[in-house]
Design a protein around this ligand. Sequence first.
Ligand code: FES
Ligand code: FE2
Length: 351
Amino acid sequence: MFPKNCWYVACTPDEFAEKPLGRQICGEQIAFYRDQDGKVAAVEDFCPHRGAPLSLGYVEDGQLVCGYHGLKMGRDGKTTSMPKQRVGGFPCVKSYPVAERYGFVWIWTGDAEKANPDDIPHLEWAVSDEWAYGGGLYHINCDYKLMIDNLMDLTHETYVHSTSIGQKEIDEAPVSTKVVDGEVRTSRFMDNVTAPPFWQGNLRTKGLPDDQPVDRWQICRFTPPSHVLIDVGVALAGHGGREAPADKRVNSIVVDFITPETETSHWYFWGMARNFNPQDEALTDAIREGQGGIFAEDLEMLECQQANLTRFPERKLLKLDIDAGGVQARRMIDKLLKEEAGEISLKSVSA
Ligand code: FES
Ligand SMILES: [Fe+2]
């Protein structure tokens, strides 16, 4: 069960630049392509003729052509033609509201009448010249909520990422979790610590010394249905931490869009937006490579965690103070699920 009346990141435009993309999202098989106006289209990945995946076909004049017997599908899910056939009575397949924004394709798998692209969150770092972004995509075999837990509790950095961003002070510093303005916010501040290797590198990039004590911060923000943006950085110690002048700090936003595939797998769009040296493409590549390595460590842990949970579904798990961010995020997801279930039952009563 997934909240469906909301926007998820589905894919990036390069993924269907050459040929249609087939992807399962929230349990639904979907084909993505560009129509005759160059706009992204998304239809159920199921040919009404004999059920072949439409994504195995090709695009011709903005129509999706089934690769089995040549049926042509329009963006509204209606068949437009098929060799030697009259197609007027062919059943429709589902089509999905989609929007291309901020370098991502966003999809709404719920009630299409409720879809409003204005509800896609504003991402200043994606539209401002003062910011640069680099990222990637991992397919991960675990419940998407385990990834939310992971990102809302960075204690794990000390252990999972000990060679890059981990340091002992993370699990020694107190963590506070609040629900503010519709988001879950977990904050941790570590004053007067040694910068870990990842941040030492970023300090050098900005021309700052990498061997002096720093004030470090991590502010994880979850917003429904499954977006986690993490405000992270270090400043030379004693200059105000997160509020330090720009020439005393280096900071960025860890970007995480987490899209369910099945109950035990998801698509993880990860990246980093930074507002230092934004024109430096070599730096963007270097950060992407470093971050990709760090997140591969999470991938391995999470897939093994899911395998254990699948093996022992009856085992009760602990909820500690460090887990509060994930717990609150799950509460928000459960609330959305209840609201959608309520709408469905109201509809069936009035029908
Ligand atoms: S299955 Fe698609 S045209 Fe036959
Ligand atoms: Fe991690």
